[in-house]
Design a binder for this molecule. Structure first.
Ligand code: ZN
Length: 373
């Protein structure tokens, strides 16, 4: 790592943040129609002691907000007097998408996460990416980039990273991410470009778009804490390891199972997101319930992604099924039994666990409270 220096350094973007200083800034990365600056909220915590520079980024897809909450928490948590190195929080990378509450940059739907490292004379996305890359990301040594599933789906807490890269292997191990899907990623992706340029960055996927999901946010904050501990950036940090760590390569079977019929979906898996070959995952029916199409698991696996909108058209994804060994299935089962899978979801429609939720609210027999207002 290039960052292990003996003396603490100022962090330079185009101003300087001295060792021991915390600075919250609004950094101009573009311009609106009205000629006003588009400003990226950034926190730089520069430790009094020398150490690596950790880049944390969220909402590069503008509707993916679990990570925004992780960064708000992190930016407020660490004292520069005890920090060895620097934490750079890019709170909302895609500011225009965030304002519009949408994934892509308005209005041409450019994907900021396919635009790195960007060029000064390029598209809106490319210019914005260039500024963010030059001023902040390229100055860091390692990073976590927080995402969620795209809207109408949810995803379990997992990482995406190129596990062929040694820096990535160390970072994934350090962060304590239980499930990692290994792959280079698409061209222009922040994590891919950064990793290729010597700043290993792991994508952390968790939950749904447009939601705060407290348990997943806690896991995200803990992943940051784990990294600070493993890279000896914060002596007080308390790492917590997951019960299992599993890396999936492209050789492992994983498949988005899609609807073949339009209609209403009823999930039948549960309570844990593990299914056996042939087990019913869900049923797609028409509104008169004259036709019911049963969707079964083509192999034993684990549901890493799940539809969170009960209306489908043919071709819509239902679940992302990932094949795992019998041994890993037991680890998955145990770790979910510990934390309770229900807490991963939100209060709306999610699997067959819903059947038991109403039970304690319902009374049998005559209504004793009939005279109440
Ligand atoms: Zn995303």
């Amino acid at each position: 790592m290039s960052s292990i220096h003996d003396t603490p350094r100022p962090f330079r973007y185009d101003a300087e943040v001295d060792p021991g200083e915390v600075r919250h800034i609004q950094y101009e990365v573009g311009e609106t129609y009205l000629g006003r600056p588009v400003e990226l909220p950034v926190t730089i915590i520069n430790g009094e002691h020398a150490g690596p520079r950790l880049c944390l980024s969220a909402a590069i897809h503008g509707d993916e907000v679990n990570g925004v909450k992780v960064l708000q928490e992190v930016a407020d948590r660490y004292d520069p007097a005890d920090l060895h190195g620097t934490i750079v929080c890019l709170h909302v990378v895609n500011v225009p998408g965030y304002i519009a509450q949408q994934r892509y940059l308005p209005i041409y739907d450019q994907d900021l996460n396919r635009s790195f490292p960007g060029t000064e004379g390029g598209s809106t996305a490319s210019r914005m990416a260039r500024v963010i890359w030059d001023r902040f990301v390229s100055k860091c040594d390692i990073g976590l980039d927080f995402h969620t599933s795209t809207r109408n789906r949810m995803t379990v807490f997992h990482g995406r990273a190129d596990m062929e890269d040694e820096g990535i292997q160390r970072l994934v191990e350090a962060a304590g991410i239980p499930l990692v899907m290994s792959g280079q990623g698409s061209s222009g992706m922040l994590r891919r470009v950064a990793t290729e340029n010597g700043t290993p960055i792991v994508t952390v996927e968790m939950g749904e778009a447009n939601r705060f999901q407290p348990m997943l946010i806690d896991l995200g904050v803990q992943a940051v804490e784990n990294v600070l501990a493993a890279y000896e950036m914060y002596p007080e940090a308390t790492p917590r390891r997951p019960e299992f760590q599993k890396v999936l390569t492209s050789d492992d079977q994983k498949k988005w199972i899609r609807a073949d019929h339009g209609g209403l979906v009823e999930m039948k898996w549960g309570p844990l997101p593990i299914v056996d070959e042939g087990e019913t995952i869900c049923v797609v029916s028409d509104h008169f319930r004259t036709e019911e199409h049963v969707v079964t698991a083509p192999f034993d696996g684990f549901l890493a992604g799940i539809l969170a909108n009960p209306r489908v058209l043919p071709g819509h994804p239902l679940v992302h099924l990932v094949e795992i060994t019998e041994e890993d299935r037991e680890h998955v089962r145990r770790s979910y039994e510990q934390v309770g899978f229900a807490r991963h979801g939100t209060f709306h429609w999610m699997g067959k666990m819903g059947e038991q939720l109403a039970e304690p609210l319902l009374e049998d027999g005559p209504d004793e409270h009939a005279d109440d207002d």
